[in-house]
Ligand binder design. Structure first.
Ligand code: FES
Ligand code: FE
Length: 406
């Protein structure tokens, strides 16, 4: 970011009208994208992947975000650690592949070798007084929670970062019945999206567009039409469903963090799917065995919001994870990961196409919508437009964003 552009970010944030989409530069300007990464993304607990992708000691993954490359590696002690992928010699990247298995982390440039705990264990031809112990890899904060691996690019005790434990406690209650730590990955797909990360998130946080844009999603999710036609009666249906299942010990209800912690917004929505639908499938029938500790289909769905860039959609028999990675001012990678219980057998207990059907078709539609949105926003005639009442989730995100960026 240059000194010359910095004041204009403040000016654009200052003239932002509440209840309206963002001013154009927030969706296009490289300097604002850079500030987004520094002020927002660098202070979030970011989901990287399911722990099943680090199965054995030496397994590693590389995740690139906010201009950083982070290596996640499983140690000989079974612990997952994360390091900045930056050699302590002269700064080269060390791991060049996205994933793999290794005995050591060896820099390809001059061959410095680090062990899986990040200690420098070999550096040839260094002066006699060189102290290898003083040159370990820079650690990155990492947590494994319910089988999900998170990193944080900031330093411990950074006041701009929400502590991990309260976030995990608040959301863990909703995640736990599905036991994602006892799940396996059945599909993983990347959807390159030609839109600013905020356009992708704004789109994900509202269903005003669902009826016109997502016929399959709308067919499965009764709340889309019910919310349009008669929100009061739909709320009554949801309340009756929640009361009935709470009595049987299921976790019900919603959660909204907007008034409790502004550093990393989080929340939960739970609701019934559609009369007669057990899960988010084309025909309403289950697509896999019940997950985790669940003993019965309550035929509900749960959206867990974990900051702006990670979401979990739970059905009773599978889970879909959504990871948004800002790549450039107008490109966002969206990765979806589908999970079922780890002892389910393909062909007998599930068929991958039935599990991925709804979110795959819906996400392909979303990449088109978001790309078209970005193209329109780039126009010299674009000005911020007013949000509908059904877009309150998007409005909440944009209000939060403006408060963090200015
Ligand atoms: Fe890694 Fe030289 S930069 S060994
Ligand atoms: Fe959508």
């Amino acid at each position: 970011m240059t000194a010359a552009t910095a004041p204009s970010i403040e000016a654009f944030a200052g003239r932002q009208r509440p209840g309206y989409s963002l001013e154009q530069p927030f969706y296009t300007d490289p300097a604002i994208f850079e500030r987004d990464m520094q002020r927002i993304v660098s202070h979030q607990w970011l989901f990287v992947d399911h722990v099943a992708r680090l199965p054995t000691p030496g397994s590693y993954l590389v995740y690139r975000i906010a201009g950083e490359s982070i290596v996640l590696v499983k140690g000989r002690d079974g612990q997952v650690r994360a390091f900045f992928n930056v050699c302590r010699h002269r700064g080269s990247l060390i791991c060049l592949e996205d994933a793999g298995s290794t005995r050591t982390l060896t820099c390809p440039y001059h061959g410095w070798v680090y062990d899986l705990e990040g200690r420098l264990i070999h550096a040839k031809n260094m002066p006699a007084d060189f102290d290898a112990a003083a040159w370990p890899l820079h650690p990155c904060q990492v947590r494994v929670f319910e089988g999900l691996v998170f990193i944080n690019l900031g330093r411990e005790d950074d006041p701009a970062t929400m502590p991990f434990d309260p976030l995990a406690d608040a959301l863990g209650r909703y995640l736990r019945p599905n036991r994602l730590d006892k799940a396996k990955i059945v599909a993983r797909k990347t959807y390159p999206t030609h839109g600013n990360w905020k356009l992708a998130v704004e789109n994900f946080r509202e269903c005003y567009h669902c009826a016109p844009a997502h016929p399959e999603y709308t067919m499965v999710n009764a709340y889309v039409k019910a919310g349009d036609d008669n929100p009061g009666s739909y709320q009554a249906v949801t309340r009756a469903w929640a009361d009935a299942w709470a009595a049987k010990g299921h976790v019900v209800g919603n959660l909204d963090s907007t008034t409790t912690d502004r550093r990393q917004p989080y929340g939960v929505f739970r609701q019934p799917i559609r009369e007669g639908w057990q899960t988010l499938s084309q025909d309403g029938r289950a697509v896999a065995p019940l997950m985790g500790d669940l003993k019965a289909f309550d035929c509900g769905e749960t959206l867990v919001i974990w900051g702006p860039l990670f979401y979990v959609y739970l059905a009773n028999d599978h889970a879909t994870l959504f990871r948004f990675t800002p790549v450039s001012p107008t490109i966002t990678d969206v990765v979806l990961i589908w999970l079922v219980r780890e002892d389910a057998v393909e062909g007998r207990d599930y068929n991958v196409d039935r599990i991925t059907w709804m979110w795959d078709v819906t996400t392909i539609q979303d990449t088109t919508i978001i790309g078209d949105n970005q193209t329109g926003v780039n126009s010299r005639r674009y000005v911020p437009g007013p949000y509908a009442t059904l877009e309150m989730g998007t409005r909440g995100f944009v209000d939060w964003y403006v408060s963090r960026i200015a």
